[in-house]
Design a binder for this molecule. Structure first.
Ligand SMILES: Nc1nc2c(ncn2[C@@H]2O[C@H](COP(=O)(O)OP(=O)(O)OP(=O)(O)O)[C@@H](O)[C@H]2O)c(=O)[nH]1
Ligand SMILES: [Mg+2]
Length: 351
C-alpha cells in the first residue's frame, strides 16, 4: 500500500537531511573563523555590508552563538517545497490539494525558529503529516453513528451505491452487508444493476454466501422499481438496512444519469455512496467530483487501496468532493473493509 509515495517521501527526507548537514558544516566553519578573527562581531552583529552571503552567514552565526537557534527562511525551503509538490503530483494528489498542502506548509515553516538540535526534515515531515491529517478530517463523518441514529428515526435505512464500471461497487455492498450483520443489523440487498449481463447473478452469489435476502427483477427492468420493492420487503419484514446496487455508468451518459435521478426520486436513499478505485488516481477524484456535481453524493468509498502504490486519490477525494470518505476497500475478502480513519491512513503513508 502506497509503496511509491512512501519511498519518495523518505527520499525527500534524506535530501533535506543532507542539505541541512552541509549547511551546518558551513556555519560551523564560518563560526570558527568569525570567533577567531572578530570575536566582537559575533556578539554585536555589527556587519559591514560586504559580501551578502557572508553577512547572512554571520547573522546565523551570531544567532547560533547566542541561542543555538536558526530561523527557517523561505529561500531555504523553496526547493524542498517544490520537490514535495512534484512528489505529491506524481502520486496523483489533486492539484488543488497539492496547492493547499504547499501553502499551509510554507506558512507554518517560514519565520519559525529552529533549535540547532532539531532536524529540519523532522519538522517538515511532522507538519506535512498534520496538514494532511487536517485535510482528511475536514469532512468527518461517522458511519456507525449515522446508522445507529438514523435507525432510531426510521426503518429501513436505504443506501445506494453508484459509480463507474468495475470499481468494486458490488463487492463493497457485500462487504458493507457483512459488516452491518456483524454489528447485529438485518440487511436486504437490491439487485439494482439490471443493465450489465451477469450483475444480478453476481450479487445473488454474495447474498447466498452472506445468508441475506436478495430482491431482484429480470435483466433490463427498471432499477428504481427493484429498489422500491426491496424497501417494501424490508418494511414488511422489519429489516434494518437496504443496500442497493446500481449499474456502473460514466457521468457523461445522460440516459444512465436520468436513471439515477429516477432511483433518487422513487426510493429516496438516506445515503448515496460513490464507489471508485484508489488505483485510478486522479481519474477517480475527477469522477467523484462529477458525480458529486451531477448526481449528488453523500460520501465515497475507495476500493483497492491494497493495490495502490500512490495514495493520492485517498488524500484528495474528500477535499475535492467536500464529502466524507466512509470506507476503504483493502482486498477481495468480506473483511477487507476499513472504516475511514485519517490516522490509519497517515500511518500507512508515513510509517
Ligand atoms: N484488490 C482489491 N480488489 C477489489 C476490491 N474491491 C473490489 N475488488 C475487485 O474488483 C473487481 C470488480 O469488482 P465489482 O464489485 O464487480 O465492481 P463493480 O463496480 O460492481 O463493477 P460493475 O458492476 O461491472 O460496474 C472484482 O474482481 C473485485 O474482487 C479491493 O478493495 N481490493
Ligand atoms: Mg457491480
Amino acid at each position: 500500500m502506497f509503496k511509491a509515495l512512501k519511498e519518495k517521501l523518505s527520499g525527500l527526507r534524506k535530501k533535506i537531511e543532507e542539505k541541512e548537514k552541509k549547511e551546518i558544516e558551513e556555519i560551523e566553519i564560518e563560526k570558527a573563523e568569525v570567533e577567531r578573527e572578530h570575536p566582537e562581531k559575533v556578539q554585536t552583529k555589527e556587519e559591514t555590508k560586504t559580501e551578502k552571503r557572508k553577512v547572512g552567514l554571520k547573522d546565523k552565526v551570531a544567532a547560533l552563538v547566542v541561542s543555538r537557534e536558526v530561523v527557517i527562511d523561505e529561500k531555504k525551503i523553496e526547493d524542498i517545497l517544490e520537490e514535495l509538490e512534484i512528489i505529491l503530483l506524481e502520486s496523483d494528489v489533486a492539484f488543488e490539494v497539492v496547492d493547499a498542502i504547499s501553502e499551509a506548509l510554507k506558512s507554518r515553516l517560514v519565520g519559525r525558529r529552529k533549535k540547532l538540535t532539531e532536524k529540519l526534515s523532522d519538522i517538515i515531515m511532522e507538519e506535512l503529516k498534520s496538514i494532511i491529517l487536517e485535510i482528511l478530517d475536514e469532512n468527518r463523518f461517522d458511519f456507525d453513528e449515522f446508522v445507529k441514529e438514523k435507525l432510531m428515526e426510521k426503518k429501513p435505512l436505504v443506501i445506494a451505491f453508484v459509480g463507474v464500471n468495475g470499481t468494486g461497487k458490488t463487492t463493497t455492498i457485500a462487504k458493507v452487508a457483512n459488516r452491518l450483520m456483524k454489528q447485529g443489523y438485518s440487511v436486504v440487498l437490491a439487485a439494482g444493476d439490471t443493465f450489465r449481463a451477469g450483475a444480478i447473478e453476481q450479487l445473488e452469489e454474495h447474498a447466498k454466501k452472506l445468508g441475506v435476502k436478495l430482491i431482484k427483477h429480470k435483466h433490463g427492468s427498471d432499477p428504481a422499481a427493484v429498489i422500491y420493492d426491496a424497501i417494501k420487503h424490508a418494511e414488511s419484514k422489519g429489516i434494518d438496512v437496504v443496500l442497493a446496487d446500481t449499474a456502473g455508468r460514466m457521468h457523461t451518459k445522460k440516459n444512465l444519469l436520468d436513471q439515477l435521478e429516477k432511483i433518487k426520486r422513487v426510493t429516496k436513499p438516506d445515503l448515496i455512496i460513490f464507489v471508485d478505485e484508489s488505483i485510478a488516481g486522479n481519474d477517480a477524484v475527477e469522477r467523484a467530483r462529477m458525480f458529486a456535481e451531477t448526481v449528488g453524493i453523500d460520501g465515497s468509498i475507495l476500493t483497492k487501496l491494497d493495490a495502490d502504490p500512490k495514495g493520492g486519490s485517498a488524500i484528495s477525494i474528500s477535499y475535492v468532493t467536500k464529502k466524507p470518505v466512509l470506507f476503504f476497500g483493502v482486498g477481495q475478502e468480506y473483511d477487507d473493509l476499513v472504516k475511514f480513519d485519517s490516522k490509519w491512513l497517515i500511518e500507512r503513508i508515513f510509517s
